[in-house]
Ligand binder design. Sequence first.
Ligand SMILES: C[S@@+](CC[C@H](N)C(=O)[O-])C[C@H]1O[C@@H](n2cnc3c(N)ncnc32)[C@H](O)[C@@H]1O
Length: 446
Amino acid sequence: MTTLLPFRMAAYSRLARLGPNGPLLPLVKVGRFHQSAKRLILDNTGRTIAKSSVISEGKEKLTPVGQILLETIKTSGPVSVSHFIRQALQSPMGGYYKKGKDVLGVEGDFITSPEISQMFGELIGVWFTANWRGRQSKLPVRVIELGPGRGTLMKDMLRAMSRFPDLFSRIEHVHLVESSAELARIQHTTLGVDDSAGQQDHAHQTLSPISWHDSLSDIDLSEPAYNIVLAHEFFDALPIYKFQLTDRGWREVLVDIDEGQEHPWHFRYVLNPHPSMATKTILSPDRFPASQYRTGDTVEISPDAWGVAHSIAKLIQEQEGCALVIDYGDNHSFADSFRGIRKHKFIHPLSSPGEIDLTFDVDFSLLQNAVGDLATCHGPIQQNHFLGRMGIELRLQKLIQNAPNKESANELVEGFNRLVDPMFMGKVYKAMAITEPDYLPVAFES
Ligand SMILES: C[S@@+](CC[C@H](N)C(=O)[O-])C[C@H]1O[C@@H](n2cnc3c(N)ncnc32)[C@H](O)[C@@H]1O
């Protein structure tokens, strides 16, 4: 069903020059944390030497995750942006993806491509089929989706694949990596899985088992297979670290308690006066030479995204297969794309931890770096180019021919426009393929 809800990137492009957090982070005085008087002062080794539990009035209601973060910071000092995000999204004590609510759609916080049009998942199914055929693999097929949302993309993809029995009959297992119990429940319903063995009862979908996992590393990947790996709007949900260049080199941006009255939220950014462990281990001088940045510049880096991309590449190298990553972002790192989303609006990412979605632009060059020589990356290319080369216009015509009425036909056209129009999702969303070396995937021919 088509809807005119804004997608997760929508208003952001208009904010891009300023940064969703307002002007880029001002450089905080280096040497000690910029703190309001007595609550928390760090000596020059970064240890806490004084603290109090004063919380300013006029602040938004502290969320359960906010309370935990507050206590953590009071006890051991400011936390990394990555820690803040991990707690806010995944804490069992009220993290955004652990709250037991459906975060997608009209009643939720954002809308995604598979929820906009069935064509999205169908064309991805056709893409994987074409590449499997091109590879002429004899191995059983394993399908893995990272972050399946409501399961709509997998449902549309499997329905499209079911029209190609040569591939479809070889699918021996579908694995869904999902951290949200509520979304996993919805995925069960969408995919027609109604028994504990994970067997589907929908005739039009695969009859192979479907399993749910907390992470990619939880899947038993020991049996050699041709791996079909899909990640749509997954990498943008993995925590980032943030760094800022000072006149003494790169320093990590941390999250501290904000007792000031300027903002309603309880947290704010500060700079670690010293090179933190993250600065030494995550910020590679080859990729981020200080000479190419100006004092005050910031960069966002996701080691989690690197790790997942590396694992996918290793799987493809050791076995067979190909992966498709679709997300908003570009082929470079970002300075200040970290943003919060609630009820289809952008809000400050340090506000209401656990209550809002947190997201970032994906640095596809980091994913390529993680893939290295293990496999080959293709793209990223714009979503409208990918879908155009996969024949979305023909598919639209076919669906319009079969539409029951004019209203349905209009909805199809509306969905098509949202997916491919450069003013909507066509340009900001990118597709990148990861394949075995020397394999050129469909739609990525230059
Ligand atoms: C933005 S939604 C995208 C959903 C879906 N791909 C779509 O396009 O509709 C992100 C998905 O990834 C899941 N997710 C987020 N972080 C995760 C993590 N660290 N591990 C596993 N799943 C995660 C969310 O629960 C959700 O299903």
